[in-house]
Ligand binder design. Structure first.
Ligand SMILES: [Zn+2]
Length: 323
């Protein structure tokens, strides 16, 4: 083992974490933010997302942080990826890159509340060059992951985090496969994936394909923490179709998702919206749902990824939506 590797293993093992009553034995009664952010970061290295030594606070990083967070911290405790992203600067290997002109503000800042506040003063972070070089290697990624998990979490919590890491890697592969399949690069070969992997991979593929925009009403909202207003909806439900093709999905906001699943709204073969007479009869329905009638849907940029007409037709038939 090289001395540099030793140094970063020690850094990762000795992360300074605030103790507190709110923290459970799962996190050894200390704040878990820093090791969870580093686990999320390792996932991005594994997926080949980080090609230069500059870490941005992307929705992907935030999403992975939240996935780890919610498998180890009680649901009532919320957090923001901004906290560890900021406070890791005290660990010596993580260097915040100031927004030009905000160097002194960043240097004088002691605490940060939200992603928005952090973005005002920091563009992102840079790692020590030696650490960045180490992280290009798969064995080092795994060694550092194991060090984080064993040093900062209880014996019971460790397998949960290891499993989440495996799901993240498989879900990423699964979403890539869904893209390759949509582009006709691979066939229909049946492969078994765990439900958690399929759900996460399908969601990732659909949300990316539609760039967080609801295909029916067009709303697009992403919070600074990367939380998106859209769900990944199946056109023909998985239970009936066992089909996660991107062309059997649409990104839909919560209201449009529910309305589509209940068959009150559908899509014609020319990709315009069709509304059910049920909507017209119901005086409670907000007008904007009716306003969607006959409007074109908003599909992905790539035409290969647009909804399959057979799937849309099957949905219309099921709910007797007449074109
Ligand atoms: Zn919508």
């Amino acid at each position: 083992m090289f001395p540099t590797t030793d140094r970063y293993l020690k850094n990762f093992t000795d992360l300074n974490r605030a103790p507190g009553r709110v923290w459970t034995p799962a996190t050894k009664k200390k704040a878990p933010h820093k090791p969870l952010l580093l686990l999320a970061l390792l996932d991005l290295f594994v997926q080949g997302h980080i090609k230069t030594n500059f870490i941005e606070l992307t929705p992907d990083l935030s999403d992975l942080f939240t996935l780890y967070w919610s498998c180890i911290v009680p649901p009532e405790q919320k957090s923001s990826v901004a906290f560890p992203f900021f406070h890791l600067k005290n660990e010596g290997f993580w260097h915040l890159v100031p927004v030009p002109g905000k160097e002194q503000v960043l240097a004088a800042t002691r605490a940060i509340g939200t992603v928005g506040q952090l973005r005002d003063i920091a563009l992102g972070a840079r790692l020590d060059e030696e650490l960045f070089a180490l992280l290009q290697n798969e064995d080092n990624q795994e060694m550092l992951r194991a060090a984080l998990i064993t040093s900062h979490f209880s014996e019971e919590a460790r397998p949960v985090l290891i499993e989440q890491g495996a799901v993240n890697a498989e879900a990423f592969d699964y979403s890539l496969r869904l893209y390759e399949k949509a582009h006709g690069k691979i066939g229909d070969k049946e492969e078994k994936y765990k439900p958690a992997v399929r759900d996460q991979g399908f969601r990732r593929a659909i949300v990316h394909a539609y760039d967080h925009r609801c295909a029916l009403c067009g709303i697009r909202m992403v919070t600074p923490d990367g939380h998106t207003v859209v769900d990944a909806a199946h056109i023909v439900p998985w239970s009936e179709s066992h089909n996660d093709d991107i062309t059997n999905g649409m990104a839909l906001c919560r209201l449009c998702h529910w309305t589509f699943d209940e068959g009150m709204i559908g899509v014609r073969n020319d990709y315009t919206v069709i509304t059910s007479p049920l909507l017209v009869r119901n005086s409670n329905v907000p007008g904007f749902l009716l306003n969607l009638a006959d409007r074109p849907i908003i599909g992905p940029q790539e035409y290969d990824l647009w909804p399959a007409r057979e799937a849309l037709a099957r949905h219309r038939r099921k709910f007797r939506l007449r074109s």
